[in-house]
Design a protein around this ligand. Structure first.
Ligand code: G3I
Length: 318
């Protein structure tokens, strides 16, 4: 189709991007692609705790509001990212006692989710993010160490209370295929739902790399979660490579993106795919993985790459 969002709409799926607020404001090329190509937005950083509540009970929503306003102006839906995470959370939270930490979490969720509860564009939230180790045990974060396992159920209950209509997600990376980590996620979601904890959705981040191989049984993994009664979605897709790119890596990247699109299309409960950025010049990858990059659909000069055409075609072909 002429754009990704047109192609995705014919499949009844969303296609989204992670938005950097400074680029929405200052970069006309970035903004134009954001408006034209996508029908869903996730704030790359602007809705995280360090951005929204840098000091206890001092909230700042300038960036978050900007992303929501952009989405509304362009008929896009917003996925809130993220409420409870071990990263990008201010030091004042991390040092609290158990009672005070639980109260701070409840207040933060009530205030952030509550702010957008009546806004029809804001439809879903990552309530907890990245709570597992690779072997499926719980990550020893300050949340886990201070509050124990129960903070996860509490976070979902607080979020439901703040917005009864929002779709509430648990989100992680390296859970795209079937393995120890996704098994732990599966068991937790099953157990929480059996206890009437309001988990509505599972987010598979999808930070893939051409050097790592494609995760095993992605479609089957999505389907087993769907069979628990939750929505699934791909929340942060990108496919990085060790630079420089060559024809083989480019083809592998095309295959991985296409595989993910095809899996989401094949699973009715998969709502859509968010790509973790627009162009290779503003991806999180090079600053985190030295010598790696080229993970996105546009190059650093905002030219469409061949992988853009492949994603568009995969959405079109269904
Ligand atoms: O805001 C400061 C700015 O004031 C300062 O001048 C600048 C100097 O380094 O840093 C800025 O903060 C950076 C922030 O992005 C905003 O640009 C942080 O250093 C940087 O670490 C932070 O990186 C973000 C990362 O999460 C942090 O955990 C990436 O942009 C963002 O793409 C990445 O996204 C995460 C998802 O939230 C969760 N899943 C994994 C994914 C990739 O790591």
């Amino acid at each position: 189709a002429a754009t990704l969002r047109l192609a995705a709409a014919t499949r009844g799926k969303f296609i989204g991007f992670a938005a950097a607020t400074n680029l929405l404001t200052n970069d006309a090329s970035y903004r134009s692609i954001a408006q034209t190509e996508f029908n869903q937005v996730t704030a790359e950083n602007a809705m995280k705790w360090d951005a929204t509540e840098p000091n206890d009970n001092q909230y700042s929503f300038a960036g978050a509001d900007q992303v929501v306003a952009f989405a509304q102006a362009n008929s896009q839906v917003v996925h809130g990212h993220t409420l409870v995470w071990h990263s990008q959370t201010p030091g004042w939270v991390q040092g609290l006692s158990a009672t005070a930490m639980r109260t701070a979490m409840q207040d933060h969720i009530a205030t952030v989710v509550g702010r957008y509860a009546s806004n029809p564009a804001v439809q879903s939230w990552d309530v907890v993010n990245e709570i597992f180790n690779e072997d499926g045990t719980r990550r020893a974060s300050f949340w886990q160490n201070t509050l124990g396992d129960s903070y996860v159920a509490d976070a979902f209950r607080y979020a439901r209370a703040a917005d009864p209509d929002a779709r509430l997600c648990i989100n992680d990376y390296n859970v795209e295929g079937i393995g120890a980590k996704s098994n732990a996620m599966y068991n937790l979601v099953q157990s929480l739902r059996a206890q009437n904890v309001p988990v509505d959705c599972v987010g598979f981040q999808g930070h893939l790399g051409t050097q790592y191989g494609f995760p095993s049984q992605v479609q089957q993994n999505m389907q087993r979660f769907a069979d628990l009664g939750v929505q699934v979605r791909v929340t942060e897709l990108d496919v990085r490579s060790v630079l420089p790119m060559d024809a083989t890596k480019t083809q592998t990247q095309i295959t991985y993106y296409t595989n993910v699109v095809n899996a989401c299309i094949a699973v009715t409960a998969c709502a859509g795919i968010t790509i973790w950025g627009i162009d290779d010049g503003h991806s999180w990858v090079p600053s985190t993985f030295s010598g790696q990059g080229a993970a996105l659909l546009w190059d650093a000069s905002y030219n469409r790459k061949s992988v853009y055409d492949a994603v568009n075609a995969a959405l079109d072909a269904g």
